[in-house]
Design a protein around this ligand. Structure first.
Ligand SMILES: Cc1cc2nc3c(=O)[nH]c(=O)nc-3n(C[C@H](O)[C@H](O)[C@H](O)COP(=O)(O)O)c2cc1C
Ligand code: SF4
Length: 556
């Protein structure tokens, strides 16, 4: 109830005078207690609400305010072992205490990644660093180059041609919600953010919800009875993934069209893109694309709003993300109700991933059946796959669902540069696939599930043969402990305990009680409220199964 009240108060100023943006602004300029108090008073909320929000995010923490450079401590850079040297090289140019951390900057194809002056870079030598950091630098700012290719009909990686012609499809379909939903249903487009939920279903649910609400509340009509939102989840927090970054930076109109068309279909006039702060170039590119639409008069009264994330993995979880936009502390909400019923500011909301939205134009232009013809029937269309720096040809590959994984690795990645024993597919909550299993897998939801892994967002992080698996698991549990929203205790406490055990086993004469560890993993799996605590057991169980020889010395 308390949250509902705060949500309503935050809604009074909604997106134009957004509470979260106000808090972020204050926290970044060494704010006095008094300024937070004034903000809280203006929103008629308690000081504890704004302070609770400000203290949650990495980029807003007081200890990070004086950092001028953030080096990537994501999984791909960690296994590539590039960051220690990067820090040493950086120390030639900046004081050590000016260097902070950020978990994954989307440079997994190159590693050596860092963020400086609101741009992201990779630099493996002092010379490269000098070019970037020197005030008179002519280095192309924010350079982020990687290979892009496709093994089938390109849906996400093709050009869009003339922008006005591209958006003309919105005029064709804007008064035909049933046709749009039918095509989406036939296409069997499933969410690309990880869970694979049918996209059309969310649109239908929002339409149904607003219809039910309207009839229930007809007697006490208020101005906002009909308010609905489209929210694009562009928080791409999975270390190793940079496909949403690719789409925002190279295909922003595919993403914006999908959001706009979804709005026109369900009767929502506002689309919010929640873009992570670690992708400053994506924010600029999407913003420029929105300005382009305004200039060309292609918005038809639709309003786009970008919200910049402030450094938190759990904000990618859909309900934490909604709370974050509202300026509440981003703890995961209990479901039901789902966002389609009770979403942003408690209004019916279609919330989906960047890549999901980016498919909509192609489906409407070519028909749902043409889309469903690609893939294996259950997993349709294509999926972007991000390959890390261990591949001879790292990059962004648009792959038809159902393609053998070996083809992706050999034909597109061109094999590994050095010996790799496993890959983690689908981010920190995705499975650890031993290299010998690659031949058995195809790139789709079903194949990976059936073999005990996960498609997730289809990022691939390589685990080199000489990288200790115990250290990899320690990294995963440390990440979970850092990023836990703290709402439920299996995750809040369990992730810390697991991390401590794995660390201690490597550094002290201590062996982990296997029964205790298995119990802990089971508690996380079945007792957690969301897929952060609930999902982390999957890669751990994979490692215990396939790398027992290597891990058993740490257990009793
Ligand atoms: C801890 C956690 C982090 C998540 N991070 C993301 C993310 O960065 N991007 C994303 O689209 N979905 C993320 N998800 C999944 C979302 O909760 C949600 O399922 C998704 O945005 C729905 O969009 P889709 O149906 O298009 O996949 C995350 C889930 C969890 C539990
Ligand atoms: S599992 Fe972790 S992140 Fe998810 S609700 Fe519980 S404490 Fe929060």
């Amino acid at each position: 109830m308390a949250n509902k009240n705060i949500r309503s108060l935050s809604y009074r100023k909604e997106l134009d005078d957004n509470l979260f943006e106000n808090v972020a602004e204050l926290a970044k300029n060494p704010a006095s207690q008094e300024e937070f108090h004034e903000l809280a008073e203006r929103f008629m909320i308690d000081d504890s609400v704004v302070l609770g929000t400000a203290s949650f995010y990495d980029f807003l923490k007081p200890e990070n305010q004086h950092k001028t450079i953030h080096i990537c401590n994501g999984t791909a850079c960690m296994v590539a072992k590039t960051q220690e040297r990067l820090v040493e090289n950086l120390k030639t140019f900046v004081e050590a205490d000016k260097i902070g951390h950020a978990p994954c900057l989307g440079h997994c194809h190159h590693s050596h990644a860092f963020m400086y002056d609101d741009k992201t870079y990779s630099a493996s030598t002092k010379d490269e660093l000098e070019k970037i950091l020197s005030p008179s630098s002519v280095f192309p700012k924010g350079r982020n180059l990687y290979n892009v290719d496709c093994n089938t009909t390109p849906i996400l990686t093709s050009g869009i041609g003339n922008i006005s012609n591209f958006y003309a499809l919105a005029d064709k379909f804007k008064d035909k919600p049933k046709e749009v939903i039918d095509e989406l249903k036939i296409s069997n487009l499933r969410g690309r953010g990880g869970a694979g939920f049918p996209f059309y279903f969310k649109l239908e649910a929002v339409i149904k919800e607003s219809f039910d609400k309207a009839s229930l509340e007809r007697s006490r009509k208020t101005q906002d009875d009909n308010q609905k939102y489209i929210v694009c989840n562009a928080d791409e927090g999975d270390p190793g993934a940079y496909s949403d970054m690719y789409l925002m930076e190279h295909q922003p109109h595919k993403v914006l069209f999908g959001i706009l068309m979804t709005g026109l279909t369900v009767g929502a006039d506002t689309g919010v893109l929640y873009i992570r702060g670690e992708y400053p170039d994506s924010i600029r590119k999407v913003n420029a694309a929105i300005e382009e639409l305004k200039e060309l008069n292609l918005l038809n009264g639709f309003r786009f709003k970008i919200i910049r994330g402030q450094g938190s993995y759990v904000c990618g979880e859909e309900t934490a993300l909604l709370n974050s936009i509202e300026g509440l502390r981003p703890e995961v909400r209990v479901r039901p109700p789902y966002p389609a019923q009770y979403g942003l500011y408690g209004k019916p909301t279609v919330l989906s991933n960047v890549e999901t939205f980016a498919n909509v134009h192609w489906i409407l232009e070519n028909g749902g059946a043409a889309y469903a013809n690609l893939g294996n029937g259950k997993s349709t269309g294509t999926k972007l796959v991000s390959l890390d720096s261990f591949f001879n040809q790292p990059g962004m590959y648009e792959i038809e669902m159902g393609t053998p994984l070996k083809t992706v690795f050999d034909k597109y990645g061109k094999g590994f540069k050095s010996s790799v024993k496993a890959v983690q597919i689908g981010g920190p909550l995705g499975g650890i696939v031993p290299i010998h299993k690659i031949d058995d897998l195809t790139l789709d939801f079903e194949s990976l599930n059936e073999h005990g892994f996960l498609l997730g967002h289809a990022s691939v992080v390589s685990i080199p043969s000489d990288f200790p698996m115990i250290q990899f698991l320690e990294h995963l549990l440390e990440f979970t402990a850092d990023e836990s929203c703290g709402k439920c205790y299996p995750c809040r406490i369990g992730s810390h305990r697991g991390y401590e055990m794995l660390k201690k086993a490597q550094n002290e004469s201590y062996k982990i009680d296997r029964q205790l560890f298995d119990d802990l993993i089971e508690t996380l799996e079945i007792g957690s409220l969301c897929a952060l605590g609930g999902g982390i057991p999957l890669p751990i169980k994979n490692a215990l199964k396939y790398f027992d020889d290597e891990l058993k010395e740490y257990f009793t």
